[in-house]
Write a protein that binds this ligand. Sequence first.
Ligand code: ATP
Ligand code: MG
Length: 394
Amino acid sequence: MSKAFLIKYGEIGIKGKNRHLFENALVQQIRHALKPLEAEFSVTREQGRIYIEALTECEEEEVTERLQCVFGIVGICPVVIQEEEGFDKLAEDAVAYLREQYPDRKLTFKVDTRRAKKSFPMTSMEVNAALGERILEAFPEMKVDVHHPDLMLYVEIRKKIYIYSKTVPGPGGMPIGTNGTGMLLLSGGIDSPVAGYMIAKRGVGIDAVYFHAPPYTSDRAKQKVVDLAKIVAKYAGPIRLKVVNFTEIQMYIYEKCPHDELTIIMRRYMMRIAEHFAQEMGALGLITGESIGQVASQTMQSLAATDEVCNYPVYRPLIGFDKQEIVQVSEKIGTYETSILPYEDCCTIFVAKHPVTRPSIKVIKRSETKLQERIDEMVETAIETAEELVVEAE
Ligand code: ATP
Ligand code: MG
């Protein structure tokens, strides 16, 4: 009895042609997610369902863990797949399945058979009854309860026979590759990896840009961002990460502009550069981890000033989240522990004691004219010298 899984996925909104795209993308993402495992798998689509069969030995838990990172999956059911070989073989496999899946069998159960293949010699009701009996014989500690059973044992008789009972919840969402790509501004903080995760959940592939300020920010700070990208890549697939040397631009702004406007002006240059890469790499929007009012640079006025330089849409999935809610997601997806490592961030090095909280776009623009002489050339250099890494999940 080799290990197999039935994959349940959401169907809302995937009628017609889109359904095909959705299913193909999902199969591709499943294959990708299982690739790092040693075992070989076959992933097949059949009658509106996806089945994964292990062709070699594998750990069920390892497989389930990987599949729980694949957006589009709603449920993962360990399943026994059987060629039709008569009722005795079916009963034997069902008993073996229960033995393996439920070490503690003081449970009530109910058998629920669906027979799509009408040539099978027993009706669904007959299978329910006969299989129930076999299970009681094998496990006298189990009891039938047709109203509120602890476990439902599903038997589906199609071209092949499928036996399953457990559903492990998947992450939901849409498969990566069904909704284009976004350019994530990824810092080493708690918020931006969560923002990337949330947009990826809707089927959007992720590329990212990190603004690095050596020697003020260390290699460890950069490695931390790469490590965060690796975790996001578990869900979003491979991420092309641009590492931009931002030091010169930051110093120049620091030298020429009022210090209380520093963060906003810096942020505007980050957006301009991120947008350049978005265009170059084919991303359809920018993604940030901002949330209204979290810090001075995230008031409504500050966000408006940041937005003003962007032609691309800016997606801010955390906009209405409290910090605590963001922390919860980061713990769930596994980025929290890395995010709180205490390495310096390029924005905290040059921050003013009292940054403006209600910047006027007119005033900010006037300050930016003080950068006229060298800023274009500096931006160009930053873009040209950016390093590109391809970050894959481990
Ligand atoms: P985070 O936890 O994501 O760092 P934050 O609360 O520290 O967010 P800010 O520092 O104001 O907030 O940054 C707001 C957003 O700007 C971040 O979520 C991120 O998308 C982007 N950002 C900030 N600094 C950088 C950076 N060094 N490189 C790339 N993006 C950045
Ligand atoms: Mg930050």
